[in-house]
Design a protein. Structure first.
Length: 537
């Protein structure tokens, strides 16, 4: 036996001596780290999530890589329900990842549900193909990635490829996501225009969809409607970095309220406590960049008249922030009205009387891309039916309305006029401003008080309203309204009041003109419309 062991040792020595230097160099030494095959970037995110530099199947950040159906770990030639792994030929025969029985009526499992809402490791393409340290990102990790408190995003071109660059506020590092589009059947669609990346999280609204990181040249957002059978790219993540333990507890600003003139500059300073916080980096943000901007050194620049809030926020996940109110006063006109109401000279979001400004849904304080019941703020769970309104509901006798519970008990709040926190004029312009009430609108267009004419001012069509008592006037441009797109701009004027209509809680009063102005009582709250603020003397 001793002789046999000696022969084996001799043969191993000969093998080692025959190896080239390069082969021996590839063997890691005990004190050297093993080099990972896939690279990642630490963006300093509070969760400690590290994002890969490339998509699965790609060799560089700008390559699209491979396309996968949700929950599948191999690519294929055709992407549709008939080829999808977890169904029996249709979206109503799901065999895994289903919590609603309607999607399982044809699969032979007696309306089976499994309550799974996130991919298991064996169905996660990142884990299967890159190893157990990697995952497809969750819904929460995607939200964190493009949270403007932690990162900035911009549409850029890298080596001829369009996509979004996402840069950390805290450390300046970035990743690039190419606009990959998606695959439907055998076809590649919208590549170069849209970026669509799978999460590992099932949509909470319907089992046939999963959450998708979506972006185009205008915005970056989380889309809940990504049909599982379509092919989409995957950017893996891993959580390795330990989140900071000594979190920020307070931020003190040098000033909490300033009044500026247009183009004036003011630099705010932030003191972060405790002084030995693990991650003392902060981000600066303006609530209304058309009023004032702020850079990441705290330098505030006044842009246009209005009111905004400059927020300085921690980036370590503690969610500590401090605010400074910035006011650049708006102009108004005294029309000599009996109530003493003063009307602003411009719409919210406009810099002169002829500009249309922003389009806002009733009770919402920020403009958005689409306006429908589906996207309306005061809806239960995003249901696209008006009966699901969950704020500003009055007992209007419409018994079919779902603001009554299953027992027939009224569950409305009885609010018939916007609260200050939901009044776009108050939120965007400051405490002294409001959206006009229906009474103030009727007073404005009352022939005893004013004279109205549908006219053109600086090449913009609109309504000129002139005081009978002092000759002062305001001009309301015919800005139209916005549902899925701007409609009737240049022809129709529709302006929100702050008053809910008493006959139906799904509507609010508007000032309307296509010629002589009047107040319109049937205006669905989801529409995006301009707002002309008012204030009292």
């Amino acid at each position: 036996m001793k002789k046999k062991n000696s022969i084996i040792a001799l043969l191993f020595l000969v093998f080692i001596q025959s190896c080239s230097v390069s082969e021996l160099d590839n063997v890691p030494k005990e004190d050297e780290p093993i080099v990972e095959k896939y690279e990642w970037v630490d963006l300093g995110l509070p969760s400690g999530t590290l994002w890969a530099t490339c998509n699965i199947g790609a060799d560089s950040p700008e390559e699209y890589g491979d396309y996968f159906a949700w929950g599948e770990t191999e690519t294929k030639d055709i992407y549709n329900w008939s080829t999808y792994k977890y169904c029996n030929g249709s979206q109503y025969s799901l065999t895994k990842y289903s919590f609603i029985s309607i999607y399982n009526t044809n699969n032979g499992y007696n309306e089976y549900t499994d309550t799974l809402t996130a991919l298991q490791p064996e169905d996660d393409a990142a884990t299967v193909l890159w190893g157990n340290k990697w995952q497809m990102p969750s819904e929460a990790q995607i939200h964190e990635l493009f949270n403007s408190d932690y990162t900035s995003t911009e549409w850029v071109t890298v080596n001829g490829v369009d996509g979004r660059k996402i840069t950390s506020w805290s450390n300046g590092r970035s990743i690039f996501l190419p606009a990959t589009g998606y695959r439907d059947n055998e076809v590649y669609k919208v590549a170069g225009n849209l970026g669509l990346y799978w999460s590992r999280t099932l949509s909470k609204y319907e089992c046939v969809s999963a959450y998708v990181l979506s972006f185009d040249s205008n915005e970056c957002y989380l889309n809940r409607v990504g049909f599982r059978d379509s092919g989409r790219c995957i950017r893996p993540v891993r959580v390795q970095k330990t989140p900071p333990t000594n979190l920020v507890t307070n931020i003190v600003l040098s000033e909490t309220s300033v009044i500026l003139q247009p183009d004036e500059v003011k630099t705010l300073t932030a003191t972060v406590l405790p002084t030995d916080a693990s991650n003392p980096a902060v981000t600066w943000r303006s609530s209304k960049t058309s009023v004032a901007t702020v850079d990441q050194t705290g330098k505030v620049t006044a842009v246009g008249k209005g009111f905004c809030i400059i927020t300085c926020k921690s980036t370590d996940g503690s969610d500590v922030y401090a605010e400074c109110q910035v006011t650049i006063e708006h102009d108004w006109v005294d029309l000599g009205l009996p109530s003493g109401t003063l009307w602003a000279t411009c719409n919210i979001g406009a810099n002169n009387p002829e500009e249309y400004g922003d389009y806002l849904a009733w009770g919402e304080t920020e403009p958005k891309r689409y306006n429908s019941w589906w996207y309306y703020k005061w809806m239960n769970d995003g249901q696209e039916i008006w009966e699901q309104i969950n704020k500003y509901t009055t007992d209007d006798g419409q018994t079919e309305a779902c603001w009554y519970d299953a027992d027939g008990t009224f569950i409305g709040d009885g609010l018939a006029e916007l609260l200050p926190e939901d009044d776009a004029a108050t939120v965007n312009w400051g405490k002294g401003w409001q959206m006009p009430s229906i009474d103030q609108m009727n007073e404005l267009i009352n022939d005893d008080n004013t004279t109205s004419s549908y006219t053109t001012q600086n090449d913009v069509k609109g309504c000129l309203i002139t005081s009978n008592s002092n000759g002062n006037s305001i001009f309301l441009p015919a800005a139209g309204e916005c549902g899925w797109q701007a409609d009737y701009a240049g022809t129709l004027g529709c302006y929100w009041s702050r008053s809910l209509h008493p006959a139906t809680s799904r509507c609010a009063y508007s000032l309307y003109f296509w010629g002589k102005p009047r107040t319109d009582r049937y205006s669905s709250r989801f529409y995006g419309r301009p707002i002309r603020p008012v204030r009292k003397q």
